[in-house]
Design a protein around this ligand. Structure first.
Ligand code: F3S
Length: 70
């Protein structure tokens, strides 16, 4: 099983609030009071999952990063 170690991010400057990510992946994203997506932040994904997830955003606002080691 691949390591789930990537954290999803949303670029609020790019997000247009289309809510595709929040409807397909409610576990990963929630719409904030500003009408833009924000990562729920409590889930990590594999690189393969992250690559699939970032494709759903029409404006490319979703990205992912490896969390900093503690
Ligand atoms: Fe925003 Fe893209 Fe999600 S525009 S609401 S980050 S699919």
């Amino acid at each position: 099983m691949a390591d789930k170690k990537y954290r999803l991010k949303v670029d609020k400057e790019k997000c247009i609030g289309c809510a595709t990510c929040t409807s397909i992946y409610p576990v990963h994203f929630v719409l904030g009071s500003d009408g833009k997506s924000q990562p729920t932040g409590n889930t990590l994904v594999t690189k393969e999952e992250a690559e699939e997830i970032i494709k759903v955003c029409p404006v490319g606002a979703i990205s992912y990063e490896e969390p900093k080691k503690k």
